[in-house]
Write a protein that binds this ligand. Structure first.
Ligand code: ATP
Length: 298
Protein backbone atom coordinates (compact mmCIF):
# COMPACT_ATOMS: atom_id res chain seq x y z
CA UNK A 1 0.00 0.00 0.00
CA UNK A 2 1.28 3.48 -0.84
CA UNK A 3 2.18 5.71 2.12
CA UNK A 4 -0.49 8.21 3.10
CA UNK A 5 -0.08 11.96 3.44
CA UNK A 6 -2.86 14.17 4.77
CA UNK A 7 -2.48 17.88 3.99
CA UNK A 8 -4.58 20.36 5.98
CA UNK A 9 -4.51 23.74 4.28
CA UNK A 10 -5.65 26.37 1.83
CA UNK A 11 -6.90 26.23 -1.74
CA UNK A 12 -6.97 29.40 -3.83
CA UNK A 13 -7.62 30.44 -7.34
CA UNK A 14 -4.67 32.60 -8.48
CA UNK A 15 -5.61 35.27 -11.02
CA UNK A 16 -2.66 36.90 -12.78
CA UNK A 17 -2.78 40.13 -14.79
CA UNK A 18 0.37 41.05 -16.68
CA UNK A 19 1.03 44.71 -17.34
CA UNK A 20 3.98 46.77 -18.66
CA UNK A 21 4.08 48.56 -15.30
CA UNK A 22 2.17 48.44 -12.01
CA UNK A 23 -0.59 51.08 -11.62
CA UNK A 24 -0.24 53.90 -9.07
CA UNK A 25 -3.17 54.34 -6.63
CA UNK A 26 -6.22 55.51 -8.59
CA UNK A 27 -4.58 54.83 -11.95
CA UNK A 28 -5.76 52.39 -14.62
CA UNK A 29 -3.19 50.71 -16.85
CA UNK A 30 -3.81 48.39 -19.79
CA UNK A 31 -2.59 44.88 -19.17
CA UNK A 32 -1.24 42.47 -21.75
CA UNK A 33 -2.63 39.13 -20.57
CA UNK A 34 -4.66 37.43 -17.89
CA UNK A 35 -4.42 33.87 -16.66
CA UNK A 36 -5.73 31.70 -13.85
CA UNK A 37 -4.16 28.82 -11.98
CA UNK A 38 -4.90 26.64 -8.96
CA UNK A 39 -2.92 27.81 -5.93
CA UNK A 40 -2.81 28.14 -2.18
CA UNK A 41 -0.13 26.43 -0.13
CA UNK A 42 -2.33 23.52 0.92
CA UNK A 43 -3.31 22.73 -2.65
CA UNK A 44 0.22 23.16 -4.04
CA UNK A 45 1.79 20.96 -1.36
CA UNK A 46 -0.87 18.27 -1.79
CA UNK A 47 -0.20 18.22 -5.53
CA UNK A 48 3.53 17.82 -4.84
CA UNK A 49 3.01 14.95 -2.37
CA UNK A 50 0.72 13.15 -4.84
CA UNK A 51 3.16 13.70 -7.72
CA UNK A 52 5.84 11.93 -5.70
CA UNK A 53 3.48 8.98 -5.30
CA UNK A 54 1.94 9.36 -1.84
CA UNK A 55 -1.73 8.58 -1.40
CA UNK A 56 -2.67 12.18 -0.62
CA UNK A 57 -5.82 13.60 0.98
CA UNK A 58 -6.39 17.36 1.19
CA UNK A 59 -8.56 18.75 3.99
CA UNK A 60 -9.59 22.17 2.66
CA UNK A 61 -12.59 24.43 2.05
CA UNK A 62 -13.80 26.12 -1.13
CA UNK A 63 -16.90 28.21 -1.86
CA UNK A 64 -20.01 27.12 -3.71
CA UNK A 65 -18.91 28.81 -6.91
CA UNK A 66 -17.25 28.09 -10.26
CA UNK A 67 -13.66 28.59 -8.96
CA UNK A 68 -14.43 26.08 -6.19
CA UNK A 69 -15.41 23.35 -8.67
CA UNK A 70 -12.43 24.31 -10.83
CA UNK A 71 -10.00 23.75 -7.93
CA UNK A 72 -11.57 20.44 -6.93
CA UNK A 73 -11.36 19.27 -10.55
CA UNK A 74 -7.69 20.28 -10.77
CA UNK A 75 -6.90 18.46 -7.51
CA UNK A 76 -8.56 15.27 -8.71
CA UNK A 77 -6.67 15.48 -11.99
CA UNK A 78 -3.43 15.65 -9.97
CA UNK A 79 -4.41 12.49 -8.12
CA UNK A 80 -5.30 14.19 -4.82
CA UNK A 81 -8.24 12.72 -2.86
CA UNK A 82 -10.80 15.54 -2.43
CA UNK A 83 -13.22 13.50 -0.30
CA UNK A 84 -12.37 15.65 2.73
CA UNK A 85 -12.64 19.00 0.90
CA UNK A 86 -15.82 20.87 1.78
CA UNK A 87 -17.82 23.20 -0.42
CA UNK A 88 -19.24 25.87 1.88
CA UNK A 89 -22.56 27.50 0.87
CA UNK A 90 -22.48 31.30 0.97
CA UNK A 91 -18.65 31.44 0.95
CA UNK A 92 -16.41 32.49 -1.90
CA UNK A 93 -13.42 30.39 -2.90
CA UNK A 94 -10.10 31.83 -1.72
CA UNK A 95 -8.69 34.07 -4.43
CA UNK A 96 -5.31 35.71 -4.99
CA UNK A 97 -5.27 38.65 -7.41
CA UNK A 98 -1.71 39.10 -8.66
CA UNK A 99 -0.58 41.97 -10.87
CA UNK A 100 2.87 41.44 -12.39
CA UNK A 101 4.95 43.89 -14.41
CA UNK A 102 7.61 43.13 -17.03
CA UNK A 103 10.40 43.05 -14.45
CA UNK A 104 8.48 40.55 -12.33
CA UNK A 105 7.59 43.08 -9.61
CA UNK A 106 4.09 42.42 -8.28
CA UNK A 107 1.10 43.52 -6.21
CA UNK A 108 -0.79 40.68 -4.54
CA UNK A 109 -4.17 40.79 -2.80
CA UNK A 110 -5.27 37.53 -1.17
CA UNK A 111 -8.92 37.15 -0.19
CA UNK A 112 -8.99 34.00 1.99
CA UNK A 113 -12.79 33.46 1.65
CA UNK A 114 -13.70 29.83 2.47
CA UNK A 115 -10.18 29.13 3.79
CA UNK A 116 -11.05 31.23 6.87
CA UNK A 117 -14.04 28.97 7.56
CA UNK A 118 -12.12 25.67 7.54
CA UNK A 119 -13.15 24.86 11.11
CA UNK A 120 -13.75 22.67 13.02
CA UNK A 121 -12.52 19.23 11.90
CA UNK A 122 -15.15 16.54 11.36
CA UNK A 123 -15.05 12.94 12.55
CA UNK A 124 -14.09 11.83 9.05
CA UNK A 125 -11.21 14.36 8.99
CA UNK A 126 -9.93 12.94 12.28
CA UNK A 127 -10.15 9.41 10.92
CA UNK A 128 -8.10 10.37 7.84
CA UNK A 129 -5.49 12.02 10.10
CA UNK A 130 -5.34 8.98 12.40
CA UNK A 131 -4.63 6.71 9.42
CA UNK A 132 -1.98 8.94 7.83
CA UNK A 133 1.77 8.27 7.79
CA UNK A 134 2.47 12.02 7.81
CA UNK A 135 0.32 15.14 8.31
CA UNK A 136 1.44 18.37 6.62
CA UNK A 137 0.03 21.82 7.49
CA UNK A 138 0.71 25.49 6.72
CA UNK A 139 -0.80 28.68 8.14
CA UNK A 140 -3.21 29.97 5.48
CA UNK A 141 -6.19 28.56 7.44
CA UNK A 142 -7.31 29.27 11.04
CA UNK A 143 -4.47 28.38 13.42
CA UNK A 144 -7.05 26.66 15.69
CA UNK A 145 -7.73 24.14 12.91
CA UNK A 146 -4.00 23.53 12.43
CA UNK A 147 -3.62 22.99 16.19
CA UNK A 148 -6.60 20.61 16.22
CA UNK A 149 -5.21 18.57 13.31
CA UNK A 150 -1.74 18.46 14.85
CA UNK A 151 -3.09 17.35 18.24
CA UNK A 152 -5.14 14.59 16.62
CA UNK A 153 -2.11 13.38 14.66
CA UNK A 154 0.06 13.45 17.76
CA UNK A 155 -2.56 11.40 19.66
CA UNK A 156 -2.19 8.68 17.02
CA UNK A 157 1.60 8.86 16.78
CA UNK A 158 1.48 10.42 13.29
CA UNK A 159 4.37 12.86 12.64
CA UNK A 160 3.29 16.46 11.93
CA UNK A 161 5.22 18.70 9.54
CA UNK A 162 4.31 22.38 9.82
CA UNK A 163 5.34 24.86 7.16
CA UNK A 164 5.39 28.12 9.15
CA UNK A 165 4.08 30.17 6.25
CA UNK A 166 2.91 32.89 6.30
CA UNK A 167 5.18 33.51 9.30
CA UNK A 168 3.40 34.12 12.60
CA UNK A 169 3.80 33.33 16.28
CA UNK A 170 2.68 29.84 17.17
CA UNK A 171 0.63 28.88 20.22
CA UNK A 172 2.72 26.61 22.52
CA UNK A 173 0.16 23.77 22.36
CA UNK A 174 0.60 23.67 18.58
CA UNK A 175 4.39 23.69 18.84
CA UNK A 176 4.17 20.74 21.24
CA UNK A 177 2.43 18.60 18.60
CA UNK A 178 4.82 19.33 15.71
CA UNK A 179 7.72 17.04 14.71
CA UNK A 180 9.31 19.25 12.06
CA UNK A 181 8.93 22.99 11.40
CA UNK A 182 9.61 23.84 7.74
CA UNK A 183 10.73 27.43 7.12
CA UNK A 184 12.50 29.52 4.50
CA UNK A 185 15.22 31.94 5.63
CA UNK A 186 12.76 34.78 6.27
CA UNK A 187 10.45 32.53 8.33
CA UNK A 188 13.48 31.11 10.19
CA UNK A 189 14.34 34.65 11.27
CA UNK A 190 10.77 35.10 12.53
CA UNK A 191 11.06 31.84 14.54
CA UNK A 192 14.34 32.99 16.09
CA UNK A 193 12.74 36.25 17.20
CA UNK A 194 9.61 34.47 18.50
CA UNK A 195 8.98 34.40 22.20
CA UNK A 196 7.36 30.96 22.32
CA UNK A 197 10.63 29.03 22.02
CA UNK A 198 10.99 25.79 20.08
CA UNK A 199 10.53 22.64 22.21
CA UNK A 200 13.63 20.39 22.33
CA UNK A 201 11.77 17.55 20.57
CA UNK A 202 11.07 19.64 17.47
CA UNK A 203 13.31 19.62 14.39
CA UNK A 204 13.68 22.72 12.21
CA UNK A 205 14.08 22.33 8.45
CA UNK A 206 15.26 25.52 6.76
CA UNK A 207 15.17 25.88 2.97
CA UNK A 208 18.03 28.00 1.61
CA UNK A 209 16.99 28.75 -1.97
CA UNK A 210 19.79 27.80 -4.42
CA UNK A 211 21.90 26.71 -1.42
CA UNK A 212 19.66 23.74 -0.62
CA UNK A 213 18.30 22.95 2.82
CA UNK A 214 19.33 22.22 6.38
CA UNK A 215 17.67 20.03 8.98
CA UNK A 216 18.54 20.86 12.58
CA UNK A 217 17.56 17.68 14.36
CA UNK A 218 15.44 17.44 17.44
CA UNK A 219 17.31 17.23 20.76
CA UNK A 220 20.38 19.06 19.52
CA UNK A 221 21.64 16.47 17.01
CA UNK A 222 24.19 17.76 14.50
CA UNK A 223 22.38 19.54 11.64
CA UNK A 224 22.25 17.83 8.24
CA UNK A 225 22.90 20.15 5.30
CA UNK A 226 22.31 19.21 1.67
CA UNK A 227 23.22 21.18 -1.46
CA UNK A 228 20.56 21.84 -4.10
CA UNK A 229 21.07 20.44 -7.59
CA UNK A 230 21.90 23.49 -9.76
CA UNK A 231 19.00 24.80 -11.82
CA UNK A 232 18.32 27.46 -14.41
CA UNK A 233 15.50 29.33 -12.66
CA UNK A 234 12.61 30.62 -14.75
CA UNK A 235 10.04 31.12 -11.97
CA UNK A 236 10.71 30.15 -8.35
CA UNK A 237 7.02 30.48 -7.34
CA UNK A 238 6.00 27.26 -5.65
CA UNK A 239 9.56 26.05 -5.00
CA UNK A 240 8.88 26.06 -1.25
CA UNK A 241 5.57 24.22 -1.72
CA UNK A 242 7.12 21.61 -4.02
CA UNK A 243 9.85 21.11 -1.44
CA UNK A 244 7.42 20.71 1.50
CA UNK A 245 5.00 18.35 -0.30
CA UNK A 246 7.80 16.17 -1.64
CA UNK A 247 9.57 16.08 1.74
CA UNK A 248 6.28 14.94 3.35
CA UNK A 249 5.83 12.17 0.76
CA UNK A 250 9.43 10.99 1.16
CA UNK A 251 9.07 11.05 4.96
CA UNK A 252 5.85 9.03 4.66
CA UNK A 253 7.93 6.40 2.78
CA UNK A 254 10.11 6.26 5.92
CA UNK A 255 13.22 7.38 4.04
CA UNK A 256 16.00 8.63 6.33
CA UNK A 257 15.78 12.44 6.85
CA UNK A 258 18.92 13.26 4.84
CA UNK A 259 17.57 11.24 1.92
CA UNK A 260 14.15 12.92 2.14
CA UNK A 261 15.94 16.30 2.11
CA UNK A 262 17.84 15.44 -1.07
CA UNK A 263 14.71 14.21 -2.81
CA UNK A 264 12.81 17.38 -1.85
CA UNK A 265 15.70 19.52 -3.15
CA UNK A 266 15.72 17.54 -6.42
CA UNK A 267 11.97 18.11 -6.93
CA UNK A 268 12.21 21.83 -6.06
CA UNK A 269 15.20 22.23 -8.37
CA UNK A 270 13.13 20.95 -11.31
CA UNK A 271 10.16 23.15 -10.30
CA UNK A 272 12.12 26.43 -10.49
CA UNK A 273 12.87 25.76 -14.15
CA UNK A 274 9.16 25.95 -15.01
CA UNK A 275 6.51 28.67 -14.71
CA UNK A 276 3.68 28.41 -12.20
CA UNK A 277 3.21 26.95 -8.73
CA UNK A 278 1.36 23.62 -8.78
CA UNK A 279 1.89 23.55 -12.57
CA UNK A 280 5.66 23.40 -12.01
CA UNK A 281 5.61 20.31 -9.74
CA UNK A 282 7.62 17.51 -11.40
CA UNK A 283 6.49 13.90 -11.79
CA UNK A 284 8.30 11.34 -9.64
CA UNK A 285 10.37 10.13 -12.59
CA UNK A 286 11.71 13.66 -13.18
CA UNK A 287 12.57 14.09 -9.51
CA UNK A 288 14.35 10.71 -9.39
CA UNK A 289 16.33 11.60 -12.51
CA UNK A 290 17.47 14.97 -11.10
CA UNK A 291 18.32 13.21 -7.81
CA UNK A 292 20.47 10.58 -9.53
CA UNK A 293 22.18 13.09 -11.82
CA UNK A 294 23.31 15.26 -8.91
CA UNK A 295 23.62 13.26 -5.68
CA UNK A 296 24.79 9.90 -7.00
CA UNK A 297 27.87 11.53 -8.48
CA UNK A 298 29.01 13.02 -5.20
P1 ATP B 1 9.15 30.27 -2.88
O1 ATP B 1 8.55 31.33 -2.01
O2 ATP B 1 9.87 30.80 -4.10
O3 ATP B 1 8.22 29.15 -3.20
P2 ATP B 1 10.66 29.73 -0.52
O4 ATP B 1 11.14 31.11 -0.20
O5 ATP B 1 9.55 29.17 0.32
O6 ATP B 1 10.33 29.59 -2.04
P3 ATP B 1 13.35 28.72 -0.97
O7 ATP B 1 14.25 28.40 0.15
O8 ATP B 1 13.62 29.93 -1.78
O9 ATP B 1 11.86 28.69 -0.38
O10 ATP B 1 13.31 27.47 -1.97
C1 ATP B 1 12.83 26.21 -1.58
C2 ATP B 1 13.71 25.12 -2.17
O11 ATP B 1 13.68 25.21 -3.59
C3 ATP B 1 15.18 25.22 -1.79
O12 ATP B 1 15.44 24.52 -0.57
C4 ATP B 1 15.85 24.54 -2.98
O13 ATP B 1 15.83 23.12 -2.79
C5 ATP B 1 14.92 24.88 -4.15
N1 ATP B 1 15.44 26.04 -4.90
C6 ATP B 1 15.04 27.33 -4.81
N2 ATP B 1 15.71 28.12 -5.66
C7 ATP B 1 16.57 27.31 -6.33
C8 ATP B 1 17.57 27.50 -7.36
N3 ATP B 1 17.81 28.72 -7.88
N4 ATP B 1 18.24 26.41 -7.79
C9 ATP B 1 18.00 25.19 -7.29
N5 ATP B 1 17.10 24.94 -6.33
C10 ATP B 1 16.39 25.97 -5.85
Amino acid sequence: DRPRVVVVGSANLDLFAETPRLPRPGETVLGTSVRRAPGGKGLNQAVAAAAFGARTTLIAAVGEDAPGSELLGALRESGVDTGRCRTLPGETTGTAVITVDEEGANHIVVVPGANSSLTPLTGADREAIAQADVVLCQLEIPVETVAEAAAEARRHGVPVLLNVSPARDLPPELLDSVSVLIVNEHEAEHLRRGRAGIPPGTAVLTTLGPDGAELAGADGETPVRVAAPPAEPVDTTGAGDTFAGTFAAATAERLPPAEALRIACAAASVSVERPGASASVPARGETDQRYRAFYRRR
